[in-house]
Design a protein around this ligand. Sequence first.
Ligand SMILES: [Zn+2]
Ligand SMILES: [Zn+2]
Ligand SMILES: [Zn+2]
Ligand SMILES: [Zn+2]
Ligand SMILES: [Zn+2]
Ligand SMILES: [Zn+2]
Ligand SMILES: [Zn+2]
Length: 369
Amino acid sequence: MISKPPRQQTVSLKAVRYSSTPQSESTDDTYSGPENVEDYCKTHGTKYCLDKQDNCLSLFSRIFIENATQNQERVKAIFTSNDKGIMNVIQMLKCNLCHDILQASSIVCDSCKLCYCVECQENYVIETNSNCLNECSGEFSDLHDENQKFLLKCLKFKCENAQKGCESSFKTLKDLKKHEERCDFSFRTCQYCYKKKIMKKNLQNHLVSNCKIARKCQNFPKCAYIGTRDQVETHQEDDCAFTEIYCTTCLKTILRRDKDTHSCIETLRTLLCEKQNFLDKKTSKLSKITEENSKLRIMLENMKKTLLEKCEYEGKLKREIKRVTKESMKLTSPKKSCSKGSDLVTKRQRTVDQASPSRLKRTTRGRNC
Ligand SMILES: [Zn+2]
Ligand SMILES: [Zn+2]
Ligand SMILES: [Zn+2]
Ligand SMILES: [Zn+2]
Ligand SMILES: [Zn+2]
Ligand SMILES: [Zn+2]
Ligand SMILES: [Zn+2]
């Protein structure tokens, strides 16, 4: 049995306290980021190690309780009732083969009580022809320790950049490592001006807008190339897919990326098609105007006809008025006292009217025009 060093016990308890109040007194200045070599396990050369060694402590300090309000009391009870301290509690959650936190579906050796991920144990059998690290007979059960199962469910690791704003957290070291390698909040050093501690998510902005050395391609943002002044000039001259080049055959300007697929005939055909389309549009516009014109002409024709009819009618009216005026004058004149005479006139008039309607028509037409 390993005796518990008092210093480890202190740190372990702090880790549990830290989890209940995430924004603790720790600040960016005191935070030991990935640059800190002390974070690395000297035995395994990685910072993702849950060994009971002093140099792996930063990982323990990042363990927190998910849904703290519900689970905190029970976790605290497990930790305080366990006389071996947090380090040994964490060992209880470890796979003895991959040394990562056990996966949800894991197994425990019935004889020696060592725990393994199912996958790790299966691989171990294939590689060594043995079932267990202690070469037990090979009877395994699902995890059945309730405290162990509970802790596996609610303990998680915060990203190492939690203090800088990253809110990601993970159950296994494998996932934690995968995330931290490309966490947006991790620090990077500019490869051009060597400015340090630029957050990964701000690095592109630094290179594009703030770096004193780095230059961007003139075709930014279509082209994302960044380099020194010389590199960018060479890139634009020789490589940039978005630089415009001149086709000496069809005399058109094309993008360099289209150089291999560019066909002069195709380009000319497209140009011709564009012109044809333009022409077609104009033609259809013209035919529309012509159509409108003919409509207007018909309308004009109709109006002319109506006018003629009106004129004709007016002429008839005028003649009628004249005739009536004449007759009324005859009637009102002093000679008209002879009623016989007047009868005669009326009779003659009627005969004339009946005899030659064509003559009347002819005269009317002549007058109307
Ligand atoms: Zn280690
Ligand atoms: Zn494993
Ligand atoms: Zn065993
Ligand atoms: Zn992160
Ligand atoms: Zn820079
Ligand atoms: Zn470019
Ligand atoms: Zn061409």
